[in-house]
Design a protein around this ligand. Structure first.
Ligand code: ADP
Ligand code: ZN
Length: 296
C-alpha cells in the first residue's frame, strides 16, 4: 500500500503526517510556524527520516495563503503576498521538491480540508460543496462540479462584504484591508475584540453567539446563492461552540426567505450545514489527499 506525506501548513503551526489513508496514520508531528528556513527544514527532516525507512509516494501541502495554486504559473506552489513576517514569496513546493525529489500536491489550507472531507468525511459523493473554517481567520474552500475551485487565484470567501449592523454592533472589525468584511466581523479575533475576552471564555448563552450566528448566516446565505453548494461544512475553533449551529441554520432559512426551494434547505438543513466529519484532522488528511492526487 502506498504511503504519503501530508503537511497542514498553518500560520501558527505545521502538522506533518505520514499515512496511507484516513485509517492508517504511521506518524505525525506538530511544530510552530517560525521562519520558512527553520519550519520547512523541520518538515523535510521528518519526511526524509520516513522516506529512508519506507519510501513515500508523494507529498501534499494544504497551505495558508494567499498562495499560487496554478500548476501552469511560474510561481506555482508559492505563498505569495501574505502579511505574515518572513513568508511572503516563499517557494514551498520548490523547496520540498529540491530536497525530497517527490511529486508534491499543493492547494490552499481550506481547499485541502475540503478535499479531505470529500474523500473521507462529510462531503463524500457530492460534486459541489463548500468547506469553511472560522478560527484565527475565516476562509472557505470549494469543490465545484467535481474540481477544486481556483480561478483567478483562489476563493477568498472570508473577505466578502456583509451588512454590518452598527446599531447593534459598534465593533469596527479587524481586517487590515477591509475592517468589517466577513472575517473582520466574524472570525475568532473579532469575537475577542468585540467582547474583550476570547470566545472560549464566553458562556454558551452569551449574546455573542446569536450575533455570531447572524454574521455567519449572512455569508453562508451569499455562498448558497452564488455557488449552489450541495452542502456546507463549517469547522475551526469558533465552531466548537456547537450552540451556533441551530441558530445559524435558522438564520440562513430566515435570510433566504423561501427563495431556494430545495428540501436540503427547507426541511433538512441540519444535514446541509454540518461540522467536519474529520474534526481537527480535516486539514492534515486533506494534505494526504492532495499527495494521493499528486502521485496519480
Ligand atoms: P487556527 O485558526 O489558528 O488554526 P483555531 O481554529 O483554533 O486555530 O482558531 C483560533 C481562534 O478560534 C481564536 O480566535 C480562538 O479564540 C477561537 N476559538 C478557539 N476555540 C474556541 C472555542 N472553543 N470557542 C470559541 N472560540 C474559540
Ligand atoms: Zn477582509
Amino acid at each position: 500500500m502506498a504511503v504519503y506525506g501530508g503537511i497542514e501548513a498553518g500560520g501558527t503551526k505545521f502538522v506533518c503526517a505520514v499515512a496511507s489513508n484516513k485509517d492508517d496514520f504511521r506518524d505525525e508531528i506538530r511544530f510552530p510556524t517560525t521562519t520558512p528556513d527553520e519550519t520547512l527544514s523541520q518538515a523535510i527532516d521528518f519526511f526524509q527520516k520516513h522516506h529512508a525507512r519506507e519510501p513515500l509516494a508523494a507529498i501534499g501541502v494544504a497551505c495558508f495563503g494567499p498562495v499560487d495554486p496554478n500548476p501552469a504559473s511560474p510561481t506555482f506552489g508559492y505563498i505569495t503576498t501574505t502579511p505574515k513576517p518572513h513568508w511572503a514569496h516563499t517557494d514551498v513546493v520548490g523547496r520540498l521538491k529540491a530536497t525530497l525529489h517527490l511529486p508534491v500536491g499543493f492547494d490552499t489550507d481550506v481547499n485541502g480540508a475540503a478535499l479531505g472531507e470529500h474523500r473521507w468525511g462529510a462531503a463524500q459523493g457530492l460534486d459541489t460543496f463548500v468547506y469553511l473554517t472560522i478560527g484565527t481567520g475565516l476562509g472557505g474552500g470549494a469543490m465545484v462540479n467535481g474540481r477544486m475551485l481556483h480561478g483567478l487565484m483562489h476563493a477568498e470567501m472570508g473577505h466578502m462584504r456583509i451588512p454590518h449592523d452598527l446599531t447593534r454592533d459598534p465593533y469596527p472589525g479587524w481586517c487590515s484591508y477591509h475592517g468589517d468584511c466577513w472575517e473582520g466581523l466574524a472570525a475568532g479575533p473579532a469575537i475577542e475584540g468585540r467582547w474583550q475576552t476570547k470566545g472560549q471564555n464566553l458562556p454558551v448563552d452569551h449574546p455573542a453567539w446569536a450575533l455570531e450566528a447572524h454574521y455567519l448566516a449572512l455569508g453562508v446565505a451569499n455562498i448558497i446563492v452564488t455557488l449552489s453548494p450541495q452542502r456546507i461544512i463549517m469547522g475551526g475553533g469558533v465552531m466548537d461552540q456547537q450552540q451556533i449551529f441551530p441558530m445559524l441554520r435558522q438564520e440562513v432559512q430566515r435570510l433566504l426567505n423561501g427563495y431556494v426551494q430545495k428540501p436540503e434547505i427547507m426541511d433538512a438543513i441540519d444535514a446541509y450545514i454540518v461540522p467536519p466529519a474529520l474534526g481537527n484532522r480535516a486539514g492534515v488528511l486533506g494534505a494526504i489527499a492532495l499527495a494521493q492526487d499528486a502521485a496519480r
